[in-house]
Design a protein around this ligand. Structure first.
Ligand SMILES: Nc1nc2c(ncn2[C@@H]2O[C@H](COP(=O)(O)OP(=O)(O)OP(=O)(O)O)[C@@H](O)[C@H]2O)c(=O)[nH]1
Ligand SMILES: [Mg+2]
Ligand SMILES: [Zn+2]
Length: 306
């Protein structure tokens, strides 16, 4: 990066996109294609992968983030004490599950609630379809999600990623899922130099190399980008609110109008039509149990009324 010859702000600023971030450090890809290691210019500035930023030179081959543009969205998970940001300004979420380790439907439901609340398109990937003896069990675990209308793509990243490639067209897609599902393997198949770039970026960010420790953004074609992210074992929805959680269970809606109370939360209220539907098998009992567990864990009792 050329050193600016003047301190006049407009002439020394470049625009770019954060392609990886960790703490206050990040890598910015400038609009003319250079990747520059940068540092946030203040303690309160936290660049996130996918952010549009303006940067200035901070010496040879490094920069300083001057400002972050307003985000269209910020996809995060929130525990009771900490929020972890995955990426900003995304349009689609690809939730990566696999035949092995087995599908975790609690985690999957939580990610889908997060995606709905953020207004994102969603595609569910069932990876490692080459493990054919595990395939029937994985399909069965995903069946309730297919029944809700979610698109499920079965593939083996070891064999062929073309089924996913077309789903990425025109989107900035964030890949999320548990550790070991094959997110980075998928990225490496789609982006031939991803491994080299990840190693380079990890050196600057000071993150480990074995598993993914920070989100990384890559271009996979014109107008099509993917973001690899660190594996998650929990997906907290703290601060989400009861209504957003209910949106994750659209199959309850048809029954809810039959509940005795108009503001029934389908927990332990009398004459709850959703409870009755679960008892008669019209709603999957596992889904009602999951809904109750999420609501009770994430929404304080006083916030449960709609
Ligand atoms: N059999 C089989 N193994 C796969 C496939 N895709 C990935 N793997 C293996 O699964 C393991 C984990 O793959 P990664 O790509 O590192 O998983 P990840 O989701 O990026 O994991 P984290 O970075 O920890 O979140 C590796 O040993 C891969 O070789 C597949 O389609 N079939
Ligand atoms: Mg990975
Ligand atoms: Zn009810």
């Amino acid at each position: 990066m050329a050193k600016p010859g003047t301190t006049n702000a407009p002439t020394e600023a470049w625009s770019g996109t954060v392609v990886a971030a960790y703490g206050r450090r990040c890598i910015v890809q400038t609009d003319d294609g250079k990747r520059i290691p940068c540092q946030a210019s203040s303690r309160h500035m936290h660049p996130v992968c996918g952010d549009r930023v303006s940067i200035a030179s901070a010496g040879t081959d490094s920069g300083r983030v001057l400002s972050i543009s307003d985000r269209k969205n910020l996809f995060s998970r929130s525990g009771s004490t900490r929020t972890k940001h995955f990426a900003a300004n995304i349009s689609q979420l690809a939730i990566i599950t696999a035949c092995e380790p087995p599908v975790d439907d609690d985690l999957l439901a939580r990610m889908l609630i997060g995606a709905t609340a953020a207004g994102l398109e969603v595609v569910v990937i069932l990876n490692k379809s080459d493990l054919s003896d595990r395939l029937p069990a994985a399909r069965a675990a995903l069946a309730p999600f297919r029944d809700l209308g979610h698109r499920v793509i079965e593939m083996s990243a070891r064999e062929d990623v073309s089924a996913l490639r077309s789903a990425l067209d025109g989107h900035r897609t964030l890949l999320i899922g548990q550790s070991g599902m094959g997110k980075s393997t998928i990225v490496n198949r789609l982006v031939p130099d991803a491994n080299v770039r990840t190693a380079e970026i990890s050196r600057w960010l000071g993150t480990g190399k074995q598993t993914t420790t920070a989100s990384h953004l890559y271009s996979v074609g014109p107008g099509s980008e993917i973001i690899d992210s660190p594996g998650v074992s929990r997906f907290g929805l703290a601060g989400m609110g009861a209504e957003a959680i209910q949106h994750g269970f659209p199959e309850f809606i048809a029954h809810a109008s039959g509940c005795r109370f108009a503001d029934c939360m389908h927990l332990s209220e009398p004459q709850c039509a959703v409870t009755a539907a679960a008892e008669s098998g019209l709603v999957h009992p596992r889904r009602l149990a999951l809904y109750r567990r999420i609501l009770e864990n994430e929404v304080p009792a006083r916030g449960r009324r709609n």
